[in-house]
Ligand binder design. Structure first.
Ligand code: AZC
Ligand code: PLP
Length: 840
C-alpha cells in the first residue's frame, strides 16, 4: 500500500461529547465539569444549590442543539407560527420535566446517585418560576408543552417578573405573604438576549405631521418616557421530539438614550436614578386572581410586554425579508384573556404609524392575526380602564380605540337600526359614570376568533357576557375545552402509577392520552386492582410524612384523602367544604360513637393579599383544624390540614395522593378548572357540581363514577331571579344551622363571636354563591362518598376508570383543536443538525 493511505486496523475511539452525550458516565463527567467551570466550586465547598445548578446546566447543554436547530429551521423555512401572548406563565420547575422530555430521567438519577448525591433533593432545590396566579397561567404552561410536543412552531411571550406570586406562610392561622425571590441564586434555564432589545413608549402626547414620502397626514407619538425591553429566552422541549420552542419573557430596563438631555445638562445623578423607575415595570406580578385592579403600573405591564412582543415579531419577519403585509400569514396570535388585549390597538399603531400602512390594510391584518380566549364570567374580573388613566399612559392608543369604536358602532347601526341600547351595551367605551375602555369588547372586535374554555362556559359566554357580540359575529365563536399535560402531571409527578400503567398498555398513552382507555380491560383483574391500590396507599403515606413534617399533624394514609387545592375564592366555596367538616364534627359531638368513615381533609391555596374574605376562610380552616384535630371525642377519625404555599411543586405532590377531589364551585362560575382534570387523571374521584369542565369530565368517566351534587346553572339563575333567601335554608335545616351556629358562637375562636362575623353574616344576609342552597345536597353526596369508600375494591375500580377515561383532557387535544379551527398552523418536523464537529 501507498505510504499515505489510511491504515484501517486502528480502532476508532468514540468519545461522547460532554455537552451532548446521554450515557450515565458522560452525564457524571459533564456534571462535575459544570460544577467546576460554571459554578466555580469543587465538592468540598459546593452547596446543594451548586449541585442543582451543575445538573441543570448539564441538562440545558443537551437541549441546546434541539433548540438552535428548531429556531434555525423555523427561520429558514419562514414557517407559520403561533405566538401565545400571556401576562402569566406558571411553568413550575424545569429540571425534572426536561429530563423526562429528553428521556434521560433514569440515567441522570443513576449518575447523581453514583456521585453520592441525593437526586430528589436536587430536583427539590429548584426555585420554581411562579410567574402566574393559578389556572390561567398554568394553562399557558401546559399549552407550551403540548405545542412543543406536537411540533407546532410556537413562541410564548410574557413578562419576566422579578418577583412572581408571593410565597405563603401561615402564622396563627392567617396567611402571611413573603416575596418570591426566585432569581436570587440565578436561573440556569434562561438566556438573555440584550441584542434583541426593543423600546416601548409611554405617556406624552400625539401630533400630526405631513409624511413627505406619501404626502399624507400621519400621527406621531411624542412619549414622556421610553422603556427598554430585554428578552430572556427559555427553551421548551417537547416530549421525545427534537422540537424545542421558546418562552420569551421581557424584562424592563431604562432606555439610556432617552434621558440624554439630563445627562448632557450635567444632571448625571438624577438621570441615573430615573433608571430605577423604568425597572419597576416588571418588578412584581399582581397577585389578584380573577379580580381587576385598575392600577397604572398594571396597564404599563400590559402595553410593555405586548409592544415588545409585536415589535419582536415584526423584527423576525424583517430579518427574513418577509414584507409586513404577510404578517397575518406568518403569525397567529392568541390573547390569553384580555391582559394582552391592548395588542389590537398596538398592532394598528405599529402598522400605521411606524410602517406607513393605511387604516383598512392594518385593520384587516390585525383582525386576521388575533384571536381571544375568555377565561372567566366573573364580572369583577373583567378589565376596564378609566379613560383618564388610559389616555395619560397611552394617548395614541386611545385615539386608535376611538376610531375603531366609531367604525364599529357604525357597523352595529347598519345591522340593528335604531337599537340605541345595543350601541351602549356594545361600545368599546363604557359611558356610565366615569368613562372606561372595555377590554373584552376591544378583544372581540379586533379578533377573528373568540373562545371559552369549556363547553358550558362557551355557551354561557354566548348567552350572557358576550351575547351581543355573538349576535353580531356568530361565526367568530367556538369552544376549546382546556386540557393539561400528562407529561408533568402524570409521568413526572406520579412515576409509580406511570410505571404500572405502562407495564400494562405500553407507553404510547404519554403522547396519545386516549390510549388510557386500554386500562379498562384490566379493571376486573384483581391483581391489577391490588397494585393500583397499593400505589395510591404508598403515595398517601408519602404525603402523610410530608404533612407530619410540615404541619406536625399525624394523619392515617388509610383514611379517605379529601383534597381541595386551588386559589381561595368565595365562588370556589372552600367554606362549603368546611361546613361539611363541621357537620361531621357536630355528629361526633352529639354521639361520639357515631359510625364515621375516617377522612383527612386537606386544603391548599393562596388568597389574594387584599381579599379579606378569602383570608378569613383560610383562618377558618386552620381554626377548625385546631379544634377538630385536638378533640379526644374525634378519636382521629377526621383530620383537617391546611398545607401552606400551594404552587406547582406542591400541586405535583398532592394530585397523585387524593382519593377525592373537591370541585364544588357554584354552577356557572368556574369557567373550566384544570385542577379537576389533574386529580382525575391520577385516579382520584370527583365530588363536584355541574360547572366548567366538570360537566365534560362526568360525561367521559360516566355518571356512575362521579359524585354529583348541587344546583345546575339554570336553577341558579331561576333561584336568584325569584329572590334568594338564605335564612329559609338556615331556619329549616338543623344540621346546617348547627354548623353555622358553631362558627358564630365562637366554637372555633375560643368563644370570640367577632372573629368570623364577616363570614357568617355574608352567608346569612347575602350568600351570593348559594352555599346554603347547595348545603344539603352536598352533605348527602358526601355521605354517599363515605359509604362508597368503605368498599375499597369497588372504589379502586372507580379510580381506575377515572384515569382510563381522561384521554380527552390532554392539552394535546386542546392544542390540536386550536391549530385546526383557529390558528391553521401545521406541525414542522425538526431534523437535528450538527453545529459542533465531534473530535475536531
Ligand atoms: C381561570 C378560570 O377561573 C378557570 O376556571 C380556568 O380553568 C382557567 O382560567 C384556565 O382557563 N381564570 C383565571 O385564572 N383568571 C382570569 C382572569 O380569568
Ligand atoms: N394553581 C396551581 C399551582 C395549579 O397547578 C392549578 C392547576 O391547574 C391551579 C392553580 C388551578 O386550579 P383550579 O383549576 O382547581 O382552579
Amino acid at each position: 500500500t501507498a505510504p499515505n493511505q489510511p491504515i484501517e486496523c486502528v480502532p476508532t475511539i468514540v468519545v461522547e461529547d460532554d455537552r451532548t452525550g446521554l450515557s450515565v458516565e458522560t452525564l457524571k463527567r459533564a456534571f462535575q465539569d459544570n460544577l467546576f467551570y460554571i459554578q466555580g466550586k469543587f465538592a468540598k465547598i459546593a452547596t446543594q444549590n451548586d449541585y442543582y445548578m451543575a445538573l441543570a446546566y448539564t441538562v440545558r447543554d443537551r437541549l441546546l442543539r434541539r433548540w438552535l436547530t428548531t429556531a434555525e429551521t423555523y427561520t429558514h423555512q419562514g414557517v407559520r407560527t403561533v405566538a401565545y401572548l400571556s401576562a402569566e406563565f406558571l411553568m413550575g420547575p424545569h429540571l425534572g420535566n426536561n429530563l423526562i422530555s429528553l428521556g434521560i430521567y433514569d440515567e441522570a438519577k443513576q449518575a447523581i446517585g453514583e456521585l453520592g448525591l441525593d437526586f430528589d433533593a436536587l430536583l427539590e432545590q429548584e426555585e420554581e418560576p411562579g410567574l402566574g396566579n393559578g389556572g390561567l397561567g398554568r394553562l399557558a404552561a401546559c399549552y407550551l408543552d403540548s405545542m412543543a410536543t406536537l411540533d407546532i412552531p410556537s413562541i410564548g411571550y410574557g413578562i419576566r417578573y422579578e418577583f412572581g406570586i408571593f410565597d405563603q406562610d401561615i402564622r396563627d392561622g392567617w396567611q402571611f405573604e413573603i416575596t418570591d425571590k426566585w432569581l436570587r441564586y440565578g436561573n440556569p434555564w434562561e438566556i438573555a438576549r440584550p441584542e434583541w432589545s426593543v423600546e416601548v413608549k409611554l405617556g406624552g402626547h400625539t401630533e400630526t405631521y405631513m409624511d413627505e414620502m406619501t404626502s399624507r397626514q400621519r400621527v406621531r407619538w411624542v412619549p414622556a418616557e421610553v422603556v427598554m425591553g430585554i428578552p430572556y429566552d427559555t427553551p421548551i422541549l417537547g416530549y421525545k421530539t427534537n422540537t424545542a420552542t421558546t418562552l420569551r419573557l421581557w424584562s424592563a430596563a431604562a432606555a439610556e438614550s432617552f434621558d440624554f438631555a439630563a445627562f448632557n445638562s450635567g444632571d448625571y445623578f438624577r438621570a441615573v436614578l430615573q433608571k430605577t423607575v423604568s425597572e419597576t415595570l416588571t418588578k412584581v406580578l399582581y397577585p389578584n386572581d380573577e379580580s381587576f385592579q385598575g392600577k397604572k403600573l398594571r396597564l404599563g405591564q400590559q402595553i410593555f410586554f405586548v409592544s415588545c412582543s409585536l415589535q419582536d415579531m415584526i423584527l423576525i419577519l424583517t430579518r427574513q425579508g418577509i414584507p409586513l403585509d404577510q404578517f397575518h400569514e406568518k403569525f397567529a396570535i392568541q390573547l390569553n384573556d384580555t391582559h394582552p388585549a391592548i395588542a389590537v390597538a398596538e398592532l394598528m399603531r405599529l402598522l400605521m404609524d411606524e410602517h406607513a400602512f393605511e387604516w383598512d390594510a392594518a385593520w384587516s391584518i390585525t383582525q386576521k392575526t388575533l384571536a381571544y380566549t375568555n377565561h372567566t364570567l366573573l364580572p369583577e374580573a373583567l378589565e376596564r380602564w378609566g379613560l383618564g388613566l388610559f389616555g395619560t399612559l397611552l394617548p395614541r392608543h386611545l385615539e386608535i380605540i376611538y376610531e375603531i369604536n366609531s367604525r364599529f358602532l357604525e357597523e352595529i347601526r347598519l345591522k340593528f337600526p335604531g337599537d340605541n341600547d345595543r350601541l351602549n351595551r356594545m361600545s368599546l367605551i363604557d359611558e356610565a359614570g366615569e368613562r372606561h375602555v372595555r377590554m373584552a369588547h376591544l378583544a372581540c372586535v379586533g379578533s377573528h376568533a373568540i373562545n371559552g374554555v369549556a363547553a358550558l362556559h362557551s355557551e354561557l359566554l354566548k348567552q350572557d357576557v358576550l351575547r351581543d357580540f355573538y349576535e353580531l359575529y356568530p361565526e367568530k365563536f367556538s369552544n376549546k375545552t382546556n386540557g393539561v399535560t400528562p407529561r408533568r402531571f402524570m409521568v413526572l409527578s406520579n412515576p409509580r402509577l406511570t410505571k404500572l400503567i405502562t407495564s400494562k398498555i405500553g407507553d404510547g398513552w404519554i403522547k396519545h392520552l386516549d390510549d388510557l382507555r386500554k386500562l379498562e380491560a384490566f379493571v376486573e383483574d384483581a391483581d391489577f386492582r391490588q397494585q393500583w391500590r397499593q400505589i395510591k396507599f404508598d403515595i398517601k403515606q408519602d404525603l402523610a410524612d410530608y404533612i407530619k413534617q410540615a404541619n406536625g399533624i399525624d394523619v392515617d394514609p388509610a383514611s379517605l384523602f379529601d383534597i381541595q387545592a386551588k386559589r381561595i375564592h368565595e365562588y370556589k366555596r372552600q367554606h362549603l367544604d368546611v361546613l361539611h367538616i363541621i357537620t361531621l364534627y357536630n355528629r361526633i359531638k352529639a354521639n361520639p360513637d357515631v359510625d364515621i368513615t375516617p377522612r383527612t381533609f386537606i386544603f391548599g391555596g393562596k388568597a389574594a393579599p387584599g381579599y379579606y374574605m378569602a383570608k378569613l376562610i383560610i383562618k377558618l380552616v386552620n381554626s377548625v383544624a385546631d379544634v377538630v384535630n385536638n378533640d379526644p371525642d374525634v378519636r382521629d377519625r377526621i383530620k383537617v390540614v391546611f398545607l401552606k404555599d400551594y404552587n406547582v411543586k406542591f400541586a405535583q405532590r398532592v394530585y397523585p395522593a387524593a382519593d377525592l377531589s373537591e370541585q364544588i364551585s357554584l354552577a356557572g362560575k368556574e369557567a373550566s378548572g384544570t385542577g379537576n382534570m389533574k386529580f382525575s387523571m391520577n385516579g382520584s374521584l370527583t365530588i363536584g357540581t355541574l360547572d366548567g369542565a366538570n360537566v365534560e369530565i362526568r360525561e367521559e368517566v360516566g355518571a356512575e363514577n362521579f359524585f354529583l351534587f348541587g344546583l345546575t346553572t339554570p336553577e341558579v339563575y331561576a333561584l336568584k331571579a325569584q329572590g334568594y333567601n338564605p335564612w329559609q335554608y338556615y331556619n329549616s335545616n338543623p344540621e346546617l344551622k348547627a354548623a353555622i351556629d358553631r362558627i358564630a358562637s365562637g366554637g372555633f375562636s375560643n368563644g370570640d363571636t367577632n372573629l368570623f362575623n364577616a363570614l357568617v353574616s355574608t352567608l346569612l344576609y347575602k350568600d351570593d354563591y348559594l352555599l346554603l342552597a347547595d348545603y344539603q345536597s352536598y352533605v348527602d353526596c358526601q355521605d354517599g362518598v363515605s359509604r362508597a369508600y368503605r368498599d375499597q375494591d369497588h372504589w379502586t375500580r372507580l379510580s381506575i376508570l377515572n384515569s382510563a377515561r381522561m384521554g380527552k383532557f390532554s392539552s394535546d387535544r386542546s392544542i390540536r383543536e386550536y391549530c385546526k379551527d383557529i390558528w391553521h398552523v401545521k406541525p414542522v418536523a425538526i431534523e437535528l443538525k450538527e453545529y459542533v464537529q465531534a473530535g475536531a
